[in-house]
Design a protein around this ligand. Sequence first.
Ligand code: CA
Ligand code: CA
Length: 444
Amino acid sequence: MKNLCPLVRFAAFSAVLLAGTLNSNAQYCTTNLYLTGCIDDDYIQSFRTTGGLTNITNYLTGCSNTTTAAYTYYSAHTHTTSVGNSVNYSLVNGPVYAENYYLFVDWNADGDFTDAGETIASGAVAIGDSVTGSFPVPAGTSLGTKRMRARVVYNPSSTVTACSQANYGEVEDYNLVVTTPCDPPSSATISNIASTSADMTWPAVSGAMGYDWDVTTSPTPPTMGAYNSTTTTASIATLSPATIYYFHLRTQCAAGYYSTWVTQTFTTLPPCAPPTMTIDDITTNSIKISWTPVSNAVNYEYSVLTTTPPPPSGTSTTALSATISSLNGATKYYVRLRSVCGASSYSTWQFKQAFTHYPTSVDEFNEGSLHIYPTPASDVLTIESPEHQGNAIVQLTDVSGRMVMEQETNTPTTTLNISKLQPGVYILKHMQGSAVSIHQIVKQ
Ligand SMILES: [Ca+2]
Ligand SMILES: [Ca+2]
């Protein structure tokens, strides 16, 4: 009879309760599970699993067996997994009646579902709705094929087991194969440990589709790694200095199917501190810098430039001082110094400005034959450059290095109006191409 309302169906079910306890204990009970079965639309619509080496995908089966047994063994559908992994399942109810659902696994393969831990899940599932869950393969489970049973029962009034008799519902059996585990990498090696970074390598595992890993401050492996790699190397550069870390690594043998974790600990280096820099000696063409040692620095880098942006790297040295020569006189330089504490481990740049001395003798720096007059000058300064070709730039700086005047010229004779400058000593730079001529002038 079809389309009975639930109330009428409940009365009909109550009438058969006395007969309902007569289940058999045969090798996997497959009969006497129902009086009516699934023919009145009380069925498992779909059942699937994920997270295994192989998974079950059994969609839209409806009422597969219209006899009163309402029992189907889907022997071609196998979920393959191993101890330590979890089986994720999803059961979709039919679209007509709400049901109670049950899931069993015969872990010890003795033909029943009554041993401890063999009832996996039970609960209610609404009309057309689905239930999902996850359960681990218990430690100590032997290798081989186990039976997994999914069951729905309409409106049970007493305890439902894998074999108890009910009025309406359906049973679907599947294979659950417990196989040898996915092998973890045999070891994990940490290298290039720095203040905030480290590299990891490990031996390849035959047949692996990838590796799942994470670096945490806990010795307990995570539920899932934050990173996945298809190679046998990994790097991380977001660590904190002087901290104990744990590298957790496992093999992925299939989608959602993993080995146990391998964990290797390491400690990041102390922070890479910058050195304290002193500018010791400045001449017309050289600057000497020196610095205090930094405990975990392996070497230092310095740079002396006339441009302001920090360089990508500097000149490397293990010494604690450096003299930079062949500089231009009367020129402002940007001096930078940093510690190197390991591969890709640098301190911040330390920064100072230095101004090379102005020449005491004009001849010392005069690369051209300029005629500058009058000197001292008070209002107008005239610069004659007999060898002039093309454009030139004339700059005036005060003795502190501050540029007070700049003028571009394309004629052999240039005049500068210096009437508004403060009286004192100034440095005049005449730049034409690569030729730089430097002179000291006095403003009255
Ligand atoms: Ca079905
Ligand atoms: Ca059993």
